[in-house]
Design a protein. Sequence first.
Length: 120
Amino acid sequence: MRMLCSSTLIGEFFIIGFAALVAMKGDISLALLWSVSGVGMLLSLLLCGMLSRPAAVPVGWVLQIGLVLSGFVVPMMFFLGAVFAGLWWASIHYGRRIDEAKARWAALAAAENGGAPSGA
């Protein structure tokens, strides 16, 4: 799950930065724009390292909601935010399935080897 979620978050890092560049054409102050965008970008990077903690997934959902809501500033972000929210869901859903399958395969391999780690 960590690999899939991290990939989504890194993509969001770049999308937030590019959206901020597009939003510079608007009438929002640059200090506010880059403060909010910087927090979003920093949060996406920090979440990559915190994915093993239980609170990371709900905080990631908050980031997804913020990404969709940024569509009020850059209308294309309604679409991109929804796409990344879908990717976030898929990363969590399928990532957990992959983790469960890896755990089953590791248990099978350990049982076949008599409890010894594989490669020993």
